[in-house]
Design a binder for this molecule. Structure first.
Ligand code: NIG
Ligand code: FE
Length: 414
């Protein structure tokens, strides 16, 4: 099956084969081509070039981009979308002045979601979670990392991971799975007993059913220590799980240092960062990932993305879609916050939301850029003068067509 996209005003996000992430000054650039076409064969990008060089080509399907831009679909490397119900009651507590930590200390927060999830059966959990996946896809996201972490006992953690396995087979988006048993201490456990349960029972059970690609720990004040994080990462590594770590959301936690030491694929959040974290990330393969949705929703500082880039580091952005600190999976809004609140240029924000976010979930060899051989995960925009318009007019609908794995995604399919 051959599909040709014609009359593209500009392709943005062209990256040479083999480039898996962009660091420092490389983030200031995006490969572009004006007045172009893209040829798709089956699921993948086969060729792109100037309209003037198109010549005679036989395609089974023709799409007229009508002067729109074509960019890679968004990649979202950090979400917690398998949860039950919502936490709208806590939203009011927050408006009335309670902090994230105070809500958690009253038994709200993650434990509240864990109670709700426990009372929800697998089919209903799948139904609610698929709605969120479809919502994200309809907003232009083509690759999603999904974490467990609202189970907080072996049975419920496995329930979440099985739901993610089902999601994988029901969406055209690329899905990666992270086991986040160490999200909070489950009800009825002491801290030590819970970490033992994560290491001795949960990780072996997850590995046995091959339910996850990554292991994550909420390494932060009031949650899990650096030592516990190291132990969980070491156990995960023995079972083939690569670490991705929550660090420095609530305090300077040491999570970045321990994550880098254990070759974490990414360290995420980083709202509270000192120069020491920037220093330790230099020369590592770990992707610093910032989650402006949490900063926005919880009133936390935004990550120091510009300082990271100035230090020649890469930066990825992701949504953190979850019921407590970021109830939105809209990557276009994440891109806009990257520009408006973190002072990234639209090109830097695009790289952070596509190629670098794909790297942070281990799929940048498959998506996150316009590269021959990669999946045809593409956004065709409405007619617009430049890429700047996407984060600038951040509420105006901008997608004309979305293709995932070479297939046109219609809202009514979702
Ligand atoms: O990434 N920080 C830890 N986990 C989530 C919040 C989870 C929740 O509050 O439900 C986060 O912000
Ligand atoms: Fe998170």
């Amino acid at each position: 099956m051959k599909t040709i996209i014609k009359n593209i005003a500009e392709i943005v996000g062209i990256v040479a084969p083999g480039v898996l992430r962009k660091s420092g000054a490389e983030m200031n650039e995006t490969g572009t081509l004006r007045n172009a076409f893209i040829l798709i064969e089956d699921e993948r990008i086969a060729k792109f070039g100037l309209m003037t060089e198109l010549g005679e080509i036989h395609a089974d399907r023709e799409i007229d981009a009508q002067g729109g831009i074509v960019m890679p679909s968004f990649c979202d490397s950090h979400t917690h979308i398998v949860y039950a119900g919502s936490r709208d009651g806590e939203f009011l507590d927050k408006i009335n002045g309670l902090s994230y930590e105070e809500i958690a200390a009253r038994g709200g927060g993650i434990l509240n979601s864990s109670d709700l999830l426990h009372a929800t059966d697998e089919d209903e959990l799948y139904r609610q979670s698929m709605e969120r996946v479809n919502e994200m896809v309809s907003k232009g996201t083509g690759a999603i990392e999904i974490k467990s972490g609202y189970g907080l006992n072996t049975e419920d953690e496995l329930k979440i991971l099985r739901v993610i396995r089902r999601i994988k087979t029901s969406t055209p988006a690329l899905i990666k799975t992270t086991f986040l048993g160490a999200h909070a201490v489950g009800r009825g456990y002491t801290q030590t007993d819970y970490v033992d349960e994560v290491c001795n029972t949960m990780i072996p059970a997850v590995a046995k059913e091959q339910l996850a690609d990554f292991v994550d720990v909420f390494c932060d004040e009031g949650f899990f220590t650096v030592e516990e994080t190291a132990r969980i990462m070491e156990t995960g590594a023995r079972y083939g799980l690569v670490p991705k770590i929550h660090a420095n959301e609530l305090a300077v936690s040491g999570g970045v240092q321990v994550g880098v030491k254990h070759h974490a694929l990414s360290v995420d959040h980083l709202e509270k960062t000192t120069d020491a974290e920037i220093e330790v990330l230099r020369g590592s393969d770990t992707m610093p990932t910032m989650l402006p949705g949490s900063s926005f929703f919880l009133g936390l500082p935004f990550g120091r993305a510009k300082d990271y880039i100035a230090a020649s580091l890469p930066v990825a952005l992701a949504s953190d879609y979850n019921p407590g600190s970021s109830p939105s999976g809209d990557m276009r809004f994440v891109m806009a916050m990257g520009c408006i609140k973190m002072r990234l240029t639209p090109v830097q924000a695009l790289n952070a939301c596509t190629l670098n976010s794909a790297y942070a979930m281990g799929v940048s060899d498959q998506c996150g850029s316009i590269t021959c051989g990669k999946l045809a995960n593409l956004i065709i925009t409405r007619e617009m003068l430049s890429l700047n318009y996407i984060p600038y007019c951040y509420q105006t609908p901008f997608i004309s067509r979305l293709l995932l794995k070479g297939q046109i995604i219609n809202d009514y399919d979702l």
